[in-house]
Design a protein around this ligand. Sequence first.
Ligand code: B1M
Length: 213
Amino acid sequence: MQILQEISANLQKGSAKAVKELVQKALDEGISAKTILEEGLLAGMNVIGEKFKNNEVYVPDVLIAARAMNAGTELLKPHLADSGVKAAGKVVLGTVKGDLHDIGKNLVRMMMEGKGLEVVDLGVDVPTEKFIEKAIEIDADIIACSVLLTTTMTEMKNVVDAVNNSELKGKVKIMVGGAPITDAFCKSIGADYYAPDAASAADVAINICMNKQ
Ligand code: B1M
């Protein structure tokens, strides 16, 4: 569809205003939020990712594309939310220490909130202690860690160890996800759950909370 290509092209140019307008237009035309996300926004971000890898674009270009991406996903938020299941549960979410990527994490938050979960988003570059402190403070059911860099993946093991050495042991479940994460990695660090994408992260979180009730 032409409009999805335009969303992708404007995201690559970093034109947040145009992306917002086009996303709204696509919604008005009845295109599903999932299609707009996958075939417009994420398609554009994948092109940027490839160009970034090949040194055809640089950090500032990626940064403005990411802003355009976040502007587009904010508009999709109410539409992405699955209005079916509603469950009570509290999640502490963040991108681990040393890692500044937040687009995937933001999608995870949107999907979880859409399912009725209370999500405290600690943002990016979150130190282990912050995950622990906040989880104790709000009596969280889940600590959810996102990561995009292979160099920061090991921070997730620190979160697992800190939980096991705290009063949270046995009370809180640890979920991990992000592009370099696999189920095998999740198991190897002793985390409880892995989810490959934002929608399944929300499903996993719901199941954890429902099983606790
Ligand atoms: Co960065 N970056 N980046 N970057 N960046 C990657 C990740 C990279 C793969 C690019 C590349 O080389 N091809 C590469 C990592 C290589 C590696 O580690 N092996 C890389 C690099 C190297 C870097 C810098 C080191 C570059 C530099 O400075 N020289 C630097 C590091 C900064 C830091 O974090 N300390 C850097 C910086 C940046 C920007 C700031 C410019 C920007 C981030 C802006 C922002 O997030 N606000 C940026 C971006 C945008 C990217 C790419 C292009 C896109 C990432 C993205 O948002 N994807 C990325 C290349 C790529 O991925 N193709 C790249 C879309 C997003 C929806 O996907 O986050 O994977 P993702 O989320 C998915 C799933 O993974 C899952 O759900 C989402 C889908 O539904 N998911 C979870 C995510 N979290 C989850 C948690 C869960 C469950 C599922 O449970 C808790």
